[in-house]
Design a protein around this ligand. Structure first.
Ligand code: ZL4
Ligand code: CA
Ligand code: ZN
Length: 395
């Protein structure tokens, strides 16, 4: 092995479900659950499993899903064919699209309900380990599906595992900080906690209404200010442009999250680590390297509060696996001891020999950089606006 040992003084748990990884959204759909298999294969090849508590995620029960979602919606979701149904039994093009289920973004695929309950089960298990203090950091790469609404699927997300996990955390912690570094706006989580001051949401994302999904999350969108809403000013949005670099993003992240931490004093953190903010992502627009993306995880860890780390987007699977494996290393504090050259015995080196020759390390990712359209002036305005919002926040 690589001599990876347990971190001293704290515990990390790793929640996965190999059954979840086998599901398919369809041949050319960008969401590939097997990126979770790649991630786990890298984590195991490095010997990181020895430094964590490893759990096979439970499937969340209907009652658990009902703590956020409506029963109308869940009932319809549950009518999707089980894993073992032959395809032609349900592949009905005339089936109406209800609750946004069945379009090209959120297709009805075989085993969908199981896939959703496994994703949610992993995130809820992670939350329970944090609540019981058995884990200080709990990792659920199969979660992070931030667009799902109470009664609606949206943007490849059907069940909002993050909302379910935060609802668990709220049973034992007074204040939860939600941070979202996926390239898309974390609209479902933001909306779910619009009316409480016990959750603050902060999303960094590409923002260009009518062009880039979902089109919400402007700088001035800070939660409804109507009728003494305690949740007002508790939604922070960091709208960005194409091509943001590691240096800019890291500086912005430190300034924003540093200020938020001082003012809101979270008792737990929920961090969505969507890897579609990396350079070369099939859907993303940013220029982040693994180092820049992972610096966000390292910064949050240093705040010293218990934390759940979720996955999310990420559409260039080998880059996703690199980032999430490196971020797992940060969680167990072995990032300076692992060899950045990906071990020769990982299954993915066998499968992707060509790429392994060109990009043999964890940090090096494939993809052309994009033109940077973020000016220093605009980023300063953003930081200033966050400071103004936070003046309304009193704990
Ligand atoms: C695809 O190739 O912007 C779906 C979706 C399926 C297969 C073949 C069907 C071809 C790109 C995306 C038709 C595809 C038309 N297939 C998709 C407004 C849209 C309507 C749907 O990371 N068309 C919708 C959602 C976003 C839209 C992003 C990010 C999730 C997350 C967390 C969700 N939806 C325009 C697009 C393809 C597809 C190719 C696609 N969909 C790209 N962006 C979207 O935040 C997990
Ligand atoms: Ca985001
Ligand atoms: Zn995304």
């Amino acid at each position: 092995t690589y001599g990876i040992t347990r971190p001293k003084g704290y515990n990390v748990s790793f929640h996965t479900n190999p059954e979840m990884e086998k599901h398919h959204f369809g041949q050319t759909h960008p969401m590939k659950p097997w990126r979770l298999t790649l991630t786990k294969s890298l984590v195991m090849s490095y010997g990181m499993s020895f430094a964590m508590d490893n759990y096979i995620a439970r499937t969340a029960t209907y009652e658990e899903l009902e703590s956020f979602h409506s029963s109308d919606y869940l009932d319809y979701l549950a009518t999707t064919p089980a894993d073992d149904t032959p395809r032609d039994d349900y592949d009905n093009p005339d089936r109406p699209v209800k609750f946004n289920l069945g379009g090209s973004d959120c297709p009805l695929f075989q085993g969908l309900y199981d896939y959703c309950s496994m994703s949610a089960g992993g995130s809820m298990d992670a939350a329970r380990k944090i609540c019981s203090k058995q884990s200080d950091i709990a990792i659920a790469w199969g979660g992070g599906l931030h667009h799902a609404k109470r009664s609606e699927a949206s943007g490849f997300c059907y069940i909002n595992d993050i909302v379910l996990a935060i609802l668990q955390l709220l049973r034992c912690f007074p204040r939860v900080l939600y941070i979202d570094i996926d390239v898309h706006h974390g609209d479902g989580v933001e909306e779910a906690f619009f009316s409480t001051d016990r959750v603050m949401t902060v999303s960094f994302h590409k923002y260009q209404p009518d062009v880039f999904f979902p089109g919400t999350g402007g700088l001035d969108d800070n939660g409804p200010k109507s009728e003494h809403n305690p949740g007002a000013h508790h939604a922070i949005n960091i709208p960005l442009n194409d091509g943001i670099t590691d240096e800019q993003y890291e500086h912005l992240f430190r300034s924003v999250i540093g200020q938020v931490n001082e003012r809101f004093r979270p008792s737990a953190i929920a961090l969505q680590c969507g890897a579609d903010s990396l350079a070369g992502d099939r859907l993303g627009r940013f220029n982040l390297q693994v180092q820049g993306h992972a610096a966000c995880v390292a910064f949050c860890k240093k705040l010293g509060v218990p934390m759940i780390i979720f996955g999310g987007g990420g559409y260039t699977p080998r880059n996703v696996a690199r980032a999430w494996a490196f971020e797992t290393a940060i969680a167990i504090d072995c990032q300076d001891r692992i060899d950045p050259v990906i071990p020769a015995h990982t299954p993915w080196r066998d499968h992707f020999q060509h790429e392994a020759a060109l990009f043999p390390t964890l940090e090096q990712i494939l993809g052309e950089p994009r033109n940077n359209k973020n000016t220093a002036k605009r980023l300063q305005e953003i930081v200033a606006h966050v400071g103004e919002q936070l003046r309304f926040v009193n704990i």
